[in-house]
Design a protein around this ligand. Structure first.
Ligand code: CUA
Length: 155
C-alpha cells in the first residue's frame, strides 16, 4: 500500500502519543497507587463498625451553626436515616461504605459524592433554606438501589 509520507508521520505521531498516555496512566495507577479523586483517608472496609468515628454514626453539633454527620452507607440505607438540623447550619458529612460503591446526592444542593468501601468521603454544605431535602443513592448498588433514599430535614 502506498502511503503519503505525511500520513505515515502523523499516524506514527498519534500512535506514539496513545502509547505514551497509556504508559503515564499505567504508571500513575500501578506504581504511584493513585486512587479515585476523593478524600485520601482510607479505612478497613471490613471493620467499619469498630473504627472511629463510624462506630457511632449520627448527627453531632460541633459549633455555632455547625454540625458533623458521621454516616455509613450500606445496601440499601443511610445510617443515620433521620437527619434534622436548624436552618443556616453548615454540615460536614463524613461517610464511608460498608459494602459496595454508593452515591450520596442531596437534591437541590451541589452535594453529590461517591462513597466507596475503604475510603472516607467528606463533603460540606450549608443549608440556608428550610425544607425536606431528598437524599439519593445515585450509584447502582444492587437489587434495592432504587429504594435507597432518605431525607434531611432543615427547620
Ligand atoms: Cu446504594 Cu444505589
Amino acid at each position: 500500500m502506498k502511503m503519503n509520507r505525511y500520513e505515515e508521520i502523523w499516524l506514527m505521531l498519534s500512535g506514539g502519543m496513545l502509547v505514551i498516555f497509556m504508559l503515564i496512566t499505567g504508571y500513575q495507577t500501578f506504581a504511584l497507587g493513585m486512587g479515585p479523586p476523593s478524600n485520601k483517608e482510607t479505612i478497613d472496609p471490613q471493620k467499619v463498625d469498630e473504627t472511629a468515628p463510624f462506630d457511632n454514626p449520627g448527627v453531632f453539633k460541633t459549633g455555632e451553626n455547625e454540625y458533623e454527620v458521621v454516616m455509613t452507607l450500606e445496601v440499601f440505607n443511610f445510617n443515620p436515616g433521620k437527619i434534622e438540623i436548624p436552618t443556616g447550619s453548615t454540615v460536614t458529612f463524613i461517610m464511608t461504605s460498608k459494602d459496595v460503591v454508593h452515591g450520596f446526592q442531596v437534591v437541590d444542593t451541589n452535594l453529590n459524592a461517591m462513597v466507596m468501601p475503604g475510603h472516607i468521603q467528606k463533603a460540606t454544605q450549608t443549608f440556608d433554606k428550610p425544607g425536606e431535602y431528598l437524599v439519593l443513592c445515585n450509584e447502582y448498588c444492587g437489587a434495592g438501589h432504587q429504594h435507597m433514599s432518605t431525607t434531611i430535614t432543615v427547620k
